[in-house]
Design a protein around this ligand. Structure first.
Ligand code: SF4
Length: 79
């Protein structure tokens, strides 16, 4: 099993890691935002389509760990 992400998508705020072989196709991501996650598009994740905070909330719902993220700078005081 590889710890290397299949793809990395990022903007100034957030870095999103995609591990294709872990995806269970539960589509929590697509259901969370079709603007940010569109499996028929390449690249299929658009990190600029919605606010980074919303993106992170959707990624938190991914059941498989196929999507992960890190903030590029500390976001203190935000919930
Ligand atoms: S929510 Fe996670 S497991 Fe489901 S389709 Fe998206 S990346 Fe794959």
């Amino acid at each position: 099993m590889s710890d290397q992400p299949t793809r990395v998508y990022e903007n100034d705020e957030i870095r999103v890691f995609w591990y294709a072989d872990r995806c269970q196709h539960a589509k929590k991501c697509v259901g969370g935002s079709w603007k940010a996650f569109d499996l028929s598009r390449r690249p299929w994740i658009d990190v600029n389509a919605i606010p980074a905070k919303e993106l992170a909330e959707i990624i938190d719902r991914c059941p498989s760990g196929a999507l992960r993220y890190e903030w590029k700078e500390q976001k203190e005081g935000t919930v």
